[in-house]
Write a protein that binds this ligand. Structure first.
Ligand code: PLP
Length: 410
């Protein structure tokens, strides 16, 4: 059992909430609050480092460069990769665009197939759609079962020898289901396809092992795992990254070039990282990983699962609530209140001091599968408490259309 009361002391915004100066934060899938250790790491860079990396012939630059390189090694260990397989980007969105532009657009041919899901986030599906348009490849969807549930048999049947890339989120940001990534990768490889995984909602919440799963790409964001915004990670198998050309060119990523445009790039991953990176963000991410490892990813997962079970059990008996993912194991609980638009429910919850998200959650194709354009999403984190969950249940018990309208027009 986690000592959540103690953990909450590490987060300035949770301390504020515990003092009654801030509401309950249940929008953790959008971004997570930051512990003081992460804030300190960012501050330390600006107060004690604040120089560029890998460029200066002086001690301060050496020491910041060392810390930056050590952060890459830490990220690699966190997902069981080699540090040369870790590319820093601007976010999961940046990582997935890199896969689409630097890999898919150069490898796919007319008639090839990208296999994906209707539940994918815009940041995954839109770059792939463009890659398909440019190359003449086709997007095909693995049919989802009732309620957006993934079924391995449907995936097996959807695979064929024209499938060259399988791109799926390990955990859906709307439904919170966890895909059997290792098995899916094995099946993808059996037809000669490459496996690209969107880990934006999985890496922060469950233990990740890219080697054991044998996946080819993994994209995720620092800010969704307690770290700073502006930093993302693309893991790619070294042999694949070595064959890829970068999308961006510039200083730091080239070994030499001449007036005739002859260019020699540096090795992977440096060739993918031109320009000055978000140094403070990467150092903050390193502190975030230390923090998560201090808690233990299995503890993170089970704490979030227990909170989610408590919320689902509380809502299940309410006739006016429609639950879309009652049996998902992660901390994402998606629902609607019958007869009340999702956004009005979110306004009402906000008026009662509870922060959630409403809408289609950037998964615009999924609306056809779950038969509703908008839902309310409460996404729970290990630092939330049972009392906070109970408060959400209580507020939802008495929600009415009139009360929502009163809040909306107030
Ligand atoms: N993929 C999924 C499943 C997400 O939930 C998100 C963000 O919500 C993203 C990708 C994009 O992440 P970012 O905005 O950090 O680039």
């Amino acid at each position: 059992m986690l000592d959540v009361a103690r953990i909450r002391q590490d987060f300035p915004l949770l301390r504020k909430a515990d003092r009654g100066e801030l509401g309950i934060y249940f929008d953790n899938a959008a971004t997570m609050f930051k512990p003081q250790a992460v804030i300190d790491a960012v501050m330390r860079y600006y107060t004690e480092g604040s120089v560029n990396i890998h460029r200066g012939e002086y001690d301060l630059s050496y020491s910041v460069s060392e810390a930056y390189d050590a952060a890459r090694v830490k990220v690699a260990h966190f997902i069981n990769a080699d540090s040369r397989e870790i590319i820093f980007t601007s976010g999961a969105t940046g990582s997935m665009n890199l896969v689409a532009m630097a890999y898919a657009e150069s490898v796919l041919k007319a008639g090839d197939v990208i296999l994906t899901l209707e539940s994918e986030h815009a940041s995954s599906i839109l770059p792939l759609m463009r890659a398909a348009k440019k190359t003449g490849a086709r997007i095909e969807y693995i049919p989802l079962a009732e309620g957006g549930r993934f079924e391995l048999d449907a995936y097996r049947q959807a695979l064929h020898d024209r499938v060259k890339l399988v791109a799926v989120a390990h955990v859906s940001n709307v439904l919170g289901y966890v895909l059997p990534i290792a098995k899916m990768t094995q099946l993808a490889h059996a037809v000669g396809a490459v496996m690209a995984v969107d880990g934006a909602q999985s890496v922060p919440h469950l233990a990740t092992d890219v080697k054991a799963w044998d996946i080819d790409f993994l994209s995720f964001s620092s800010h969704k795992m307690l770290g700073p915004t502006g930093v993302g990670i693309l893991y790619g198998k070294k042999a694949i990254l070595d064959r890829m050309d970068p999308v961006l060119l510039g200083g730091g990523s080239n070994a030499r070039f001449d007036r005739f445009g002859q260019l020699m790039l540096k090795e992977t991953p440096t060739k993918f990282e031109p320009g000055t990176p978000a140094i403070e963000g990467v150092l903050g991410l390193s502190a975030a990983i230390d923090y998560l490892q201090g808690i233990g990813m299995d503890n993170v997962f089970s704490a979030e699962h227990a909170l989610k079970e408590r919320l689902v059990n509380g809502l299940r008996s309410m006739e006016h609530i429609v639950l879309y993912n009652a049996d998902a194991p992660t901390g994402i609980v998606t629902f609607n209140v019958k007869g009340i638009p999702a956004q009005d429910v979110a306004f009402y919850l906000n008026a009662n001091g509870i922060m959630v998200r409403s809408g289609n959650h950037c998964a615009k194709v999924l609306v056809d599968v779950i038969h509703t354009p908008d839902t309310v999403r409460a996404s729970l984190a290990f630092y939330n408490t049972p009392a906070e969950v109970d408060r959400l249940i209580d507020v939802l018990r008495s929600v009415t259309l009139e009360a929502c309208i009163a809040v909306t027009i107030a």
